[in-house]
Design a protein around this ligand. Structure first.
Ligand SMILES: [Zn+2]
Length: 166
């Protein structure tokens, strides 16, 4: 996937469809949300919501200024296109850390299940029950999580490749 596509995907995941639209407009200068709402015919609350979501991950910034005529607070926004790479990198690293944690849990946890689906026991509990089901007496089976582990490893690898390509 190209960097642009990755950023577009990130923006729409974080800030929804409206965020994706706003980001794709490529406005380099400051703008107010009410002005943009008027131009695009989108509710100002929707635009603000998307912009604040982008702000949360550092893709947008704003300053507030009181309008002299109306006395209302105006939000002057700017989309940080120049920070896109850094933001993307940080988000990918965050996802990677989550996956690594998940992987650790998967490899740490050893379960035994009853073939009749009565129970799922930890290794210690399985030992305590002599590897037989406490409900039906069947021999407990080792729950193989290697498929799930492989899948997580693949995801981590994909993210590492993406990070290296940035
Ligand atoms: Zn059983």
């Amino acid at each position: 996937m190209r960097k642009d596509e990755l950023i577009a995907e990130l923006v729409s995941r974080v800030a929804g469809e409206i965020g994706a639209i706003l980001y794709s407009l490529g406005i380099k200068n400051e703008f107010t949300d009410d002005q943009l709402a008027l131009e695009l015919g989108i509710e100002i609350s929707e635009i603000r919501k998307a912009l604040f979501a982008m702000y949360e991950i550092g893709l947008a910034e704003y300053r507030r200024k009181k309008d002299d005529e109306t006395g209302w607070m105006e939000y002057y926004w700017k989309i940080n296109y120049d920070k896109a790479r850094i933001v993307l990198k940080r988000e990918l690293e965050k996802t990677k850390r989550n996956l690594e944690r998940k992987l650790e849990n998967e490899t740490k946890m050893i379960y035994y299940i009853c073939p009749n689906m009565c129970v799922k026991l930890s290794y210690d509990d399985a030992i305590a029950n002599n590897f037989s089901c406490p409900k039906c007496g069947s021999m407990l089976q080792y729950l193989d999580r290697s498929e799930a582990v492989e899948k997580i490893k693949e995801e981590i690898e994909t993210i590492e490749k993406l990070l290296a390509s940035l």
